[in-house]
Design a protein around this ligand. Structure first.
Ligand code: GAP
Length: 507
C-alpha cells in the first residue's frame, strides 16, 4: 500500500514536472479538486477523447454525436431527480474538521475485508498448487467464511440504511465498526447529513428576476432533452445512440485524489435508445463492448474488473461499473446503466411534450428504454498515465523515467533532434519537421546533449526520436530511436512518415 501511495505521489509530481497536469490557480495556492491540463496533458486528453469518439460515433452507423450546452432549464434537474436526490450522505470528523462520504467510509471498510479474503486465496493457492479448487475453498474455509459473512452483514446494513435514507443508522454502523478518520485516526464524528452536489448560479441581470440555474452535474440530460430533435432530424431508427463529451460539475467534498475526484471534470457519455424489453440484452452488449474499448488503450486485462451493483438506483434495472486498478486501488472508471424509461418519461411529464417513438415494426408508440455508458475522461487519463509510468534502471546503472504510452495516444509522436546545434544540422532538422508536422504532432529541440534530450522525450512518452546527424547531410538518412527498447535504426528521411504511421495503429 505504501508503495502504491508512493507511486501515486510520483505520478502526480511527474504530471506537473512534464506539463501534463497543474493544480488550478496554483499561483494563488490552488483551488482544491480542480486541475488544469498543460501542454502535453491536453494532447493526451484529446487523443483519448478522439479515440472514444471514433469508437462510438464514427464506427457505429447508428450512433450520432451531440454537443449540448452546460446550462439547462432549471426544471431539467427537477425532472431528472437531481434537485431532490443528487446528494451524498456526508459526515464530518470533529477533530480533523475533514468531511467524508459516510457510505464511502463503510465501503472502504468492506474493501479491506475483501482484500483479506483475496490474500487468503493467494496463500491457499500457493499451498495447494495445481489441486487448488477456489470455489470449494471459499465454501469451506472457516476463516474466509467468517470474513465473507462479516462483509455481507456490513453491506446489508449499509444498503438498507441507504435505501431508507436512515442516516442515524449509517452513523451507528460507522461507530459499531470503529471506523476512524483516515487522516487523524479520530473517531469523533458528527451526525450524517445530506449534501447536494450541484453548483448553482444566477442567470438574469436583476436579482429579482434572476433564475437559479445549475452547472450540469452530468452530460446525459442534454442527450435526453434532445432525444426528439436528434431522432426526428436524423430520422433515427431504434436502436440508436447519441454520444456526447463535455464538462460536468459536482461539489465533491473528497479532496486529494488528484484527477480521480474533481469538482469540474469531463464525461464521455452515450445513451442507447432501445425497445422496452430488449434493454437487458443491450446492457450486456455494451458491458462487453466497453470493456473491449478499455483494453484497446493498451492496458492489461487484469487491471480491470466489473462491479455489478448490489444497490440499484430507483430508475435502473441493471447497473455495473468497470473498475480500474488505480494506484489508490480498484475504483470506478465507467458506469453502464440500464435506466429504463425513467429519464424520458420524467421529461415527458415535466415538459408536457410527448416524448415517444413510433415503432413501425410493432406498429406501436412507446417511450424508449435507455442503456447508458458513462466514462470519466479525466479518470481514463489517470488510468492511462498510471499504467504508462515506469522507472527503469539501465544496463549502465543509470535511471530513466518513461511513459510507455501506446503511440496513438502519445502527446508527441516524433521528436526531431539535430545531433549538434551547428554544421547545418538544425536547418536540415527543420526541413524534416516541416515534412512531418502536418500529419503528426512533432517536437523540435536542439539544446543539450542528445542523451538528455532522449530522456526528456521518454518522460513524456514520445515513441520516436528522429536524430539528424552529419550523415544525414550526405545521404539523407536519419536515425529513428524507439522509446521502449531504445533501439535505433537508420532510415531514409522519406520513409519516416510511413514508418510512424504503421506504428500508430490502435490495438
Ligand atoms: N450519467 C451517469 C453518471 O453521471 P456517474 O457514475 O455519476 O454516472 C460517470 O459518472 C463517470 O463520470 C464515472 O464513472 C467517473 O468516471 C466520472 N466521474 C464522476 N464523478 C467524477 C468526479 N468528481 N471527478 C472525475 N470523474 C468523475
Amino acid at each position: 500500500m505504501a508503495n502504491n501511495e508512493d507511486k501515486f505521489k510520483k505520478i502526480i509530481a511527474h504530471a506537473k514536472e512534464y506539463g501534463f497536469v497543474f493544480q488550478s490557480s496554483e499561483i494563488y495556492d490552488g483551488l482544491s479538486a480542480v486541475y488544469d491540463y498543460g501542454q502535453h496533458g491536453v494532447e493526451l486528453k484529446n487523443n483519448i477523447k478522439n479515440h472514444w469518439w471514433k469508437s462510438m460515433v464514427q464506427y457505429h452507423e447508428n450512433i450520432v454525436g451531440l454537443d449540448a450546452a452546460i446550462f439547462m432549464h432549471p426544471t431539467v434537474w427537477k425532472a431528472s431527480g437531481h434537485v431532490d436526490a443528487f446528494s451524498d450522505p456526508m459526515i464530518d470528523n470533529k477533530d480533523s474538521k475533514k468531511r467524508y462520504r459516510a457510505d464511502v467510509l463503510v465501503e472502504n471498510y468492506m474493501a479491506k475485508i475483501e482484500q483479506k479474503i483475496q490474500k487468503e486465496i493467494i496463500k491457499a493457492g500457493k499451498r495447494f498448487g495445481e489441486s487448488f479448487d477456489k470455489e470449494q475453498y471459499l465454501a469451506t474455509n472457516s476463516r474466509v467464511m467468517d470474513y465473507q459473512k462479516k462483509r455481507d452483514d456490513v453491506a446489508k446494513r449499509l444498503y438498507s440504511a441507504m435505501d431508507n435514507e436512515d442516516f442515524p443508522a449509517i452513523k451507528t454502523l460507522i461507530e459499531d465498526l470503529g471506523i476512524a478518520d483516515p487522516v487523524s485516526g479520530s473517531k469523533n464524528w458528527t451526525d450524517v447529513r445530506q449534501f447536494n452536489l450541484m453548483f448553482a448560479t444566477q442567470m438574469g441581470s436583476l436579482s429579482e428576476d434572476a433564475n437559479e440555474v445549475y452547472l450540469r452535474p452530468e452530460t446525459a440530460q442534454g442527450i435526453f432533452t434532445n432525444y426528439l430533435n436528434v431522432q426526428k432530424s436524423g430520422r433515427m431508427k431504434i436502436p440508436f445512440g447519441i454520444a456526447q463529451v463535455g464538462k460536468a460539475f459536482r461539489n465533491e467534498i473528497v479532496a486529494r485524489q488528484f484527477l480521480f475526484r474533481m469538482k469540474e471534470f469531463e464525461q464521455m457519455e452515450m445513451q442507447y435508445f432501445v425497445r422496452p424489453g430488449e434493454e437487458l440484452k443491450w446492457y450486456e452488449y455494451w458491458k462487453e463492448e466497453r470493456m473491449k474499448w478499455h483494453l484497446s488503450l493498451g492496458i492489461p486485462a487484469e487491471k480491470y474488473r466489473f462491479h455489478d451493483h448490489e444497490k440499484l438506483a430507483h430508475y435502473a434495472n441493471a447497473a455495473a461499473d468497470i473498475e480500474f486498478e488505480f494506484p489508490i486501488g480498484f475504483k470506478e472508471i465507467e458506469g453502464i446503466h440500464s435506466r429504463t424509461d425513467f429519464d424520458l418519461a420524467a421529461h415527458q411529464e415535466y415538459s408536457g411534450r410527448k416524448i415517444q417513438y413510433f415503432d413501425p415494426e410493432l406498429n406501436q408508440n412507446y417511450i424508449p428504454y435507455v442503456v447508458e455508458t458513462s466514462i470519466g475522461l479525466d479518470r481514463t487519463f489517470l488510468a492511462v498515465l498510471s499504467n504508462a509510468f515506469h522507472e527503469e534502471t539501465l544496463d549502465d546503472g543509470s535511471q530513466r523515467v518513461l511513459l510507455k504510452l501506446p503511440p496513438f495516444l502519445a502527446p508527441v509522436k516524433a521528436a526531431i533532434l539535430p545531433l549538434v546545434k551547428k554544421d547545418g544540422l538544425p536547418e536540415k532538422a527543420r526541413e524534416v519537421i516541416d515534412s512531418l508536422k502536418y500529419d503528426y504532432m512533432c517536437f523540435y529541440e536542439e539544446k543539450d546533449a542528445i542523451g538528455r534530450r532522449y530522456r526528456r522525450q521518454d518522460a513524456i512518452g514520445t515513441p520516436y526520436c528522429i536524430t539528424v546527424d552529419h550523415q544525414t547531410l550526405k545521404d539523407n538518412t536519419v536515425t529513428i530511436r524507439e522509446r521502449d527498447s531504445m533501439e535505433q535504426e537508420r532510415i531514409p528521411v522519406d520513409a519516416i512518415s510511413e514508418i510512424i504511421k504503421k506504428r500508430l495503429t490502435v490495438n
